[in-house]
Design a protein around this ligand. Structure first.
Ligand SMILES: *[C@@H]1O[C@H](CO)[C@@H](O)[C@H](O)[C@H]1NC(C)=O
Ligand SMILES: *[C@@H]1O[C@H](CO)[C@@H](O)[C@H](O)[C@H]1NC(C)=O
Ligand SMILES: *[C@@H]1O[C@H](CO)[C@@H](O)[C@H](O)[C@H]1NC(C)=O
Ligand SMILES: *[C@@H]1O[C@H](CO)[C@@H](O)[C@H](O)[C@H]1NC(C)=O
Ligand SMILES: *[C@@H]1O[C@H](CO)[C@@H](O)[C@H](O)[C@H]1NC(C)=O
Ligand SMILES: *[C@@H]1O[C@H](CO)[C@@H](O)[C@H](O)[C@H]1NC(C)=O
Ligand SMILES: *[C@@H]1O[C@H](CO)[C@@H](O)[C@H](O)[C@H]1NC(C)=O
Ligand SMILES: *[C@@H]1O[C@H](CO)[C@@H](O)[C@H](O)[C@H]1NC(C)=O
Length: 708
């Protein structure tokens, strides 16, 4: 630093307004600003017996809870004309589903008329793999969810609507700042061989095979009060592996939790006015398991493509890290993302200004013609999954002996497919080449279509920031191409310098979108690019069309296909009936194994109760907690609740036993900062015995001491 630089810095500091609650930099607003509202609501679904959405494993059903799932919304409106607005929702779910979107939009229409429409509402999912499924209407997703799970759908709809309602009611005059920064050491590309298929010249324009840039929007009210932070980053929330059965929001959920805990001091988790959300981006091939793939039985590094584990093959090849176990890994990655977001947030000084616009259209993605170059056209296909879909990834391997990179079908599995499902048409097979078709979902319609074909393509702009709503998981390079194509289209239309934000897993789920080159080697992401090799080119063309329509004020003229129907699904629920029982002469909530009389900070306090199926508590999940950790206050002579089941320091584990009996375990990982004193842990539940109504009950551990 030169002397001049020091002098200049001192002068700048001297003339800056003093640091206030808003970080100083933003207390002078140079732009007109918007109307800004944020909201957060609990949208946790059933925490037991419903298969978790993500790894596609029916064995991996819920059996307790580490943290709650939240839905978070922001609304931005023009001050001059507040009907020009956008609503963006981040839900801590495996992904958004078409069913959810249709139902939420219907209820928004009933409540707010035309204020919120398909055009200006983006619903996104964070992609946690540790939330219950069952909120879908297409058969493939119903199969991996244990059916159509009404309590799951209902909790999510309620939570999303509640968070929107809060944002709607909380709107104040405010300002929005945008900033970006790099998050290092929290990602690896899990399909590097696919990535290498992209041309040298394209790859050489980037320093990494993942996008490390995080985008942050900071929202501040006119009076200087900070109200919210929404961010986007490309990472799979799969720090939790497919053996986890405790509901939680994974690494980016933990980041949101830490951010909100800091801003909402004194509130229990998930409470308090400040809202921080971490949304997905082009994370298709991005793993958080930074130690990379190793054979879990022998410890050797493996790569899951031509280089399998010597014992057990491809399904032993699993990535992990950076922590000792998946829980620690989740927290390390989550903390890193939180710290990065905070740093970016602190220095956010570029205020967004200008009109708010939005565009949405329905597209039949099974039939889009793509102009590849001046002489050639291509076409998308009816949906189908390739062989390597069944291989899974290094974050969660698949079944049997399927391996990534499979370019040819196998007579055995082809015969199984033809017998159990349907033989794919020649047209479908031809269209998807070189993908060998394993599940011809586009030709399966019973009992309901297996995959959506009418797809949401959507974009909103807030001044110079454009949010592109990606209807699936775009790989790193696929996302970069969309970002460039959209940016370039805006430039052509005279709007240079737009910030293009890629928002992943929006509106519905269509699996992956790999580049044409990546598709050729058919790793998991390519095999899961369901509309065929030209899927990405089709989306680029469609998003450019939206950018053009927004830039030229022609969104009314966008072509559309009819809105897809809400399918009438009844009686498609494969969950066991809820029936509780308890040992003779005892009560639900009785202690089976008590706490120790005393613990030191850093230890884990644990108590076991006679339990009941947590599904009976699903009705009022949002206002209910399975547990509390309470401290005795010897001044007021009463118990103070310090934690509930939303805290990452507590766990509620439910174990189903014999003869309908069950055990509920409550654990508290006593933080180092805990003050010494007397504590207890309480358990709340609902029992449902055969021929009896649901009954609320509770239990408590003995009092125990905590010391430093
Ligand atoms: C506000 O914008 C809407 C479109 O979003 C338009 O129909 C309406 O005429 C505008 N109102 C005013 C007062 O400009
Ligand atoms: C999942 O993570 C745990 C550590 O938390 C580890 O013991 C287990 O082997 C992992 N399993 C798989 C299938 O990745
Ligand atoms: C596919 O789209 C073309 C127009 O691009 C249309 O003529 C044709 O009927 C469509 N095919 C189907 C099966 O919808
Ligand atoms: C256009 O694309 C086709 C198919 O990828 C290719 O064979 C052909 O060489 C390309 N033509 C030009 C002029 O780039
Ligand atoms: C996969 O397993 C099936 C059934 O066990 C067997 O018939 C087939 O040969 C195996 N395929 C490969 C590529 O090992
Ligand atoms: C849905 O299906 C059920 C059973 O098939 C039928 O009774 C009901 O009328 C249907 N509802 C609608 C809205 O079509
Ligand atoms: C109240 O609690 C504090 C520590 O939490 C302890 O030092 C003090 O002795 C207690 N007083 C009574 C009356 O128990
Ligand atoms: C706990 O259970 C007892 C006994 O059934 C009941 O009186 C009390 O209201 C319950 N407490 C809570 C907080 O639910």
């Amino acid at each position: 630093m030169t002397v001049l630089a020091v002098v200049v810095s001192l002068l700048v500091l001297y003339f800056l307004p003093s640091e206030g609650s808003n970080g100083g930099v933003n207390s002078v607003f140079s732009k007109e600003g918007y109307l800004v509202g944020v909201g957060r609501a609990d949208c946790t679904g059933p925490i037991a017996e419903v298969p978790l959405m993500g790894y596609g494993s029916l064995d991996q059903s819920g059996a307790g809870i580490i943290s709650r799932q939240y839905c978070r919304s922001f609304i931005l409106a023009e001050r001059k004309n507040n009907t020009k607005r956008v609503l963006f929702v981040v839900a801590e779910l495996g992904m958004m589903s078409q069913r959810l979107r249709l139902e939420v939009m219907k209820q928004l229409k009933d409540k707010y008329g035309d204020l919120y429409s398909h055009d200006n509402v983006i619903l996104s999912g964070t992609h946690t793999h540790s939330g219950p499924g069952g909120y879908f209407q297409h058969t493939l997703f119903l199969i991996t969810s244990g059916g159509f799970i009404k309590p799951s759908l209902t909790a999510t709809i309620k939570g999303i609507l509640k968070s929107i309602e809060m944002a709607h009611q909380n709107m104040v005059k405010g300002h929005v700042f945008i900033s970006t920064g790099l998050a290092e050491n929290c990602q690896i590309n899990r399909s590097p061989l696919s990535y290498l298929q992209n041309s040298d010249s394209e790859r050489h324009r980037y320093s990494s095979n993942t996008d490390k840039e995080m985008v942050v929007l900071k929202m501040v009210a006119d009076n200087g009060q900070e109200i919210g932070m929404f961010s986007w980053f490309a990472i799979h929330p799969v720090s939790m592996n497919n053996t986890n059965r405790l509901i939680n929001s994974d690494n980016i959920g933990y980041a949101a939790y830490l951010f909100e805990q800091e801003k909402n001091e004194g509130y229990l988790p998930g409470k308090g006015p400040y809202v921080a959300a971490f949304a997905s981006s082009n994370s298709g091939d991005v793993s958080p398991n930074t130690k990379g793939p190793h054979c879990i039985n022998t410890g050797e590094p493996c790569e899951n493509m031509g280089n399998y584990c010597p014992i057990g093959g491809a399904k032993m090849c699993i990535a992990r890290g950076p922590g000792e176990d998946m829980f620690e890994s989740t927290q390390i990655i989550g903390r890193q993302l939180y710290l990065t977001a905070k740093e970016i947030y602190m220095k956010a000084s570029k205020e967004i200004d200008g009109p708010i616009r939005s565009a949405h259209r329905w597209v039949d993605m099974s039939n889009v013609s793509v102009q590849l170059n001046s002489t050639h056209t291509g076409k998308t296909c009816k949906p189908a999954l390739g062989y390597s879909f069944a291989a899974g990834t290094i974050d969660g391997p698949g079944m049997f002996n399927f391996t990534q990179g499979t370019l040819e079908g196998h007579p055995f599995w082809d015969a199984v497919r033809d017998a159990l499902l349907v033989q794919p048409s020649d047209e479908l097979v031809e269209c998807h080449k070189p993908k060998p078709v394993l599940i011809p979902t586009g030709e399966l319609t019973k009992p309901y279509p297996w995959h959506p074909e009418t797809i949401d393509v959507q974009m909103v702009t807030i001044g110079s920031a454009a949010i592109v709503a990606l209807p699936g998981e775009f790989t790193t390079m696929a996302g970069r191409r969309v970002r460039e194509a959209v940016k370039e289209e805006f430039e052509i239309q005279g709007k240079a310098g737009m910030d293009i934000i890629l928002s992943g897993l929006c509106n519905l789920y269509t699996h992956y979108i790999a580049t044409y080159e990546e598709y050729q080697v058919q790793r998991y992401e390519g095999a899961s690019t369901i509309f065929g090799p030209h899927t990405l080119s089709a989306y680029m063309q469609l998003f450019q069309g939206l950018a053009r329509a927004i830039a030229t004020d022609a969104t009314q003229d966008l072509p559309n296909t009819p809105e897809p129907p809400c399918l009438n699904i009844t009686n498609l629920n494969f969950l066991p009936l809820v029936i509780d029982a308890k040992p003779l002469g005892r009560k639900y909530g009785d202690i089976l194994q008590d706490v120790q009389p005393a613990y030191k900070v850093g230890e884990t306090a644990e108590v076991h109760f006679i339990g009941a199926n947590p599904r009976s508590s699903a009705e009022n999940m949002a206002t209910f907690t399975f547990l509390t950790v309470e401290k005795y206050d010897n001044v007021s002579k009463s118990w103070q609740v310090l934690y509930d089941d939303a805290s990452w320091d507590t766990r509620f584990v439910w174990k189903k036993g014999k003869r309908s009996q069950s055990t509920s375990i409550i654990e508290w990982r006593i933080p180092k900062t805990t003050g010494s004193g007397m504590y207890r842990m309480r358990y709340f539940g609902h029992s449902k015995e055969l021929f009896s109504p649901v009954q609320a009950f509770n239990g408590s551990s003995s009092t125990f001491g905590v010391s430093n």
